[in-house]
Design a protein around this ligand. Structure first.
Ligand SMILES: CCCCCCC[C@@H](O)CC(=O)SCCNC(=O)CCNC(=O)[C@H](O)C(C)(C)COP(=O)(O)OP(=O)(O)OC[C@H]1O[C@@H](n2cnc3c(N)ncnc32)[C@H](O)[C@@H]1OP(=O)(O)O
Length: 307
């Protein structure tokens, strides 16, 4: 369906207002529960630190994918982007890239600077990429960068030229489609999601009714509400940290994930991992449908804090 109401020049030159996000240890723990921490063992020695600290909550450890919460208001910003019209019921999360610059404090006030990083006409869909740099307000230090890719079904076909319109302001080799090796994985982790997983995860701030409302899910083409893409990514990265980093979240320097297929809450996630230098290639499948739902990579190293 052609959308003459999409104006690429207006979209890519838009200046987003500065936004802020404040979180406490309670948000950090709620998020960790939402991505399955301690889900199969309440005293898991590698994961209890994400939800509890015996001397009080001051030193709770923050998972790197918590970065994605800094942009929870972004969906509203996308919907209000001048020059972009789409049906919000048909929006799907396509990809997420996260670059970690500092370990996250267990509570903080964050300032977000957003800009459009990409816009692509795929005919049947438009792909929008938004980059958000998040700074800790007190120190002014850059904590992380999120690049969010959304797939807007039914909103493509706006190009006036051939080849179709495509704009990207970052190096193309930064987010390569991951080729999963044919060899046996180095490590595998299986996690059961709960029927209520999306209802729990949404309390971290993504209230998109696609994940809670059966009618909205039906309009979007699903038999029931689906899991947030960032929840699946959170499960996968937590599994990698558990298996390959001994539970230490500051080992993660960057994360890339492409959402290949939806996940229904209650399904079992199997995350397979391969080592490739300092990169961990991974693929997450759902056991019940034997389908790959997410693939990507995590770059490992050691982050140091000056906070
Ligand atoms: C807080 C801010 C957060 C941001 C907002 C997020 C809000 C959330 O509440 C919403 C969600 O969490 S939705 C749940 C998670 N996402 C999903 O379940 C989507 C799963 N993926 C799919 O269904 C298909 O891959 C689908 C439908 C995405 C694509 O399938 P097809 O239409 O069959 O596409 P295909 O014909 O294979 O390819 C067309 C062109 O698009 C590119 N592409 C495909 N999948 C992509 C993806 N996942 N991400 C980015 N680009 C993608 C292809 O490369 C192709 O382009 P080209 O022809 O140039 O190669």
């Amino acid at each position: 369906m052609a959308h003459k109401s999409i104006d690429p020049q207006q979209i890519i030159s838009y200046q987003f207002p500065l936004t802020t996000f404040t979180y406490t240890e309670r948000d950090v723990a709620l998020y960790a529960l939402g991505v399955g921490a301690c889900g199969s063992d309440a005293v898991d020695e590698k994961e209890l630190k994400y939800v509890y600290h015996k001397d009080g909550q001051g030193f709770i450890k923050v998972l790197p994918t918590f970065a994605a919460l800094f942009i929870t208001g972004a969906t509203d910003s996308f919907a209000k982007l001048p020059g972009l019209q789409f049906d919000p019921n048909l929006l799907l999360h396509g990809q997420q890239y996260i670059e970690m610059h500092k370990p996250f404090p267990s509570s903080a006030c964050i300032e977000n600077r957003m800009e459009v990083a990409g816009l692509h006409d795929k005919g049947k869909a438009t792909i929008l990429e938004v980059e958000t740099k998040s700074y800790e307000k007190k120190s002014g230090e850059l904590l992380c960068m999120n690049r969010t890719t959304v797939y807007l079904r039914g909103a493509g076909g706006f190009s006036k030229s051939s080849p179709p319109y495509s704009y990207r302001k970052y190096p193309a080799n930064q987010v390569l489609t991951v080729k999963i090796p044919s060899s046996q994985p180095f490590a595998v982790q299986e996690d059961c999601t709960h029927q209520s997983q999306a209802l729990l995860y949404r309390l971290s701030g993504d209230y998109n009714p696609l994940h809670s409302d059966p009618t909205v899910a039906g309009v979007a083409g699903f038999s029931r509400p689906i899991l947030h893409g960032l929840c699946t990514l959170g499960f996968a990265v937590r599994a990698i940290i558990k298996r390959l980093c001994n539970g230490e979240p500051t080992m993660v320097k960057s994360i890339f994930g492409r959402f290949l297929l939806h996940v229904y809450p209650g399904e079992t996630l199997i995350t397979e991992m391969w080592l490739e230098g300092s990169r961990v290639l991974f693929q997450t499948k759902v056991r019940e449908r034997n389908k790959a739902v997410l693939s990507g990579y995590v770059v490992l190293g050691q982050l140091t804090s000056s906070l």
